[in-house]
Design a protein around this ligand. Structure first.
Ligand code: HEC
Ligand code: HEC
Length: 366
């Protein structure tokens, strides 16, 4: 055996270095895997996957109610000027929003707030930015008289439904055994049943069910930043929000950061309690990347800016550009698949009323 020369020693050295590097790599990788396992565990404590639907014992999702509710959701003929249905402001193609800072109702009347998506809205503890409605059923019923639909009272609204002959049988099927199924309560229950099917699961749900690779490494990093920054103090649960009211502007006045034109007092408008000034329902963040503009008044049109403002006014944190990017990347993983058939408007029963009496008379051109 020849004595070892310099080249041999170099080879041995290189071999040792490579072995050490591989070992270090393995240790780092398992540490990373452990971090990932911890992150998943922490995430599962904070968020839950979306349910299959949002039915409750009180508000069941029967096929008859859902079928009727879907039609009513898309029907514009129940509004005062015959042009506004739910889908005008909750358009499937825009992830059930209208893309406007503030919505426009009948007779082109501007509404005071931004239209949130109705996807997953059945999860929330209350409805509307100021939580004035207890559930989606109540919201849909009262919507008949709101500035969107513009009906003066329930009998007028229901007369518009009754004027479309095909609906009578569908209400009977959906509410069997009731003496007068064509009521505003049942309008709300049917649309509510439909809304309770509007769930939009995403890869984040697969992740929460125990598949760490359902999120990319960048999305997991963003999730970590989202948790560590403190966003989860408010944005948690299956909808990443929708569980309570919080002040918008915990550390500083929100309108100074958003540039909002009017100052909206939020929950105070409902309760008149000074403790509720500028409190809003914490919105869910499912599909948030698809539903600009942001905040109750649509004052902010880009998600990175909305994230930066949130950190500042809610948490007194100045996020760096990379941190904002990370969070925005994570929020993108909350974009879900639209419920089956949602993009397609159903065929509606024919019929309806003539020119509605409450509409302003049109001047003739000749
Ligand atoms: C003219 C536009 C318009 C029409 C039409 C309309 N909405 Fe909305 N919707 C809005 C706006 C704006 C809000 C927020 C109102 C607020 O918080 O003050 C809203 C809020 C909601 C919410 C609450 C979501 C949440 O996150 O709290 C639900 C649910 C909803 N609408 C369902 C419906 C249904 C069902 C119909 C039809 C019966 C309907 N909307 C018709 C504009 C509209
Ligand atoms: C103290 C509670 C709280 C904390 C902490 C918080 N938020 Fe919010 N978030 C809210 C409330 C309340 C609103 C509704 C504000 C309004 O009136 O428009 C909101 C709105 C948002 C919106 C706009 C949603 C939409 O549909 O318009 C985004 C995006 C958002 N938050 C992300 C975050 C992120 C990211 C963090 C962490 C940096 C965070 N939030 C921290 C309470 C909170």
């Amino acid at each position: 055996m020849r004595p070892l020369d310099v080249a041999d020693y170099t080879r041995i050295w290189i071999f040792c270095l490579v072995a050490v590097a591989i070992a270090a790599g393995l240790v780092a990788k398992s540490a990373l895997a452990m971090d990932d396992a911890d992150l998943l565990k922490e995430a599962r404590g904070l968020f839950q996957p979306l349910p299959k639907d949002m039915a409750t014992a009180e508000f069941p999702v029967t096929p008859e109610r859902v079928r009727l509710g879907r039609k009513l959701f898309f029907d514009p003929r129940i509004s005062a000027d015959g042009t506004v249905g739910c889908a005008r402001c909750h358009q499937p193609a825009l992830y059930a929003t209208d893309g406007l800072p503030k919505s426009v109702g009948v007779h082109d009347q501007p509404l005071p707030r931004n239209a949130p998506t109705v996807l997953n809205a059945g999860l929330y503890f209350k409805e509307h930015w100021d939580g004035r409605f207890a559930n989606v059923e109540e919201q849909a019923k009262q919507g008949l008289l709101g500035p969107g639909f513009g009906n003066p009272d329930f009998p007028t609204a229901m007369a518009r439904v009754k004027a479309i002959p095909g609906y009578a049988a569908m209400f009977q099927d959906a509410f069997p055994g009731e003496a007068d199924p064509l009521s505003e309560d049942n309008w709300g229950k049917a649309i509510g049943a439909y809304e309770r099917t509007l769930v939009s699961p995403s890869r984040f749900d697969d992740y929460l069910r125990g598949a760490p690779d359902a999120l990319s490494a960048a999305e997991r990093k963003g999730l970590r930043t989202f948790i560590e920054t403190g966003c989860v103090d408010c944005h948690k649960g299956p909808g990443l929000g929708g569980l309570g009211f919080r002040k918008f502007g915990v550390v500083s006045e929100y309108w100074k950061e958003t540039g909002s034109q009017d100052v909206d007092k939020g929950r105070f408008d409902v309760t008149n309690d000074p403790a509720d000034l500028y409190k809003f329902k914490v919105p869910g963040l499912r599909n948030v990347a698809m539903t600009p503009p942001y905040f109750h008044d649509g004052a902010v049109d880009a998600l990175p800016r909305a994230v930066r403002i949130m950190a500042k006014v809610q948490l007194d944190a100045d996020l760096s550009d990379p941190e904002v990017d990370e969070i925005v990347t994570f929020l993108g993983s909350l974009t879900g698949t639209l419920p089956e058939g949602f993009e397609r408007a159903p065929v509606l029963p024919a019929g309806g009323f003539g020119p509605p009496s409450s509409a302003p008379s049109r001047s003739r051109t000749r």
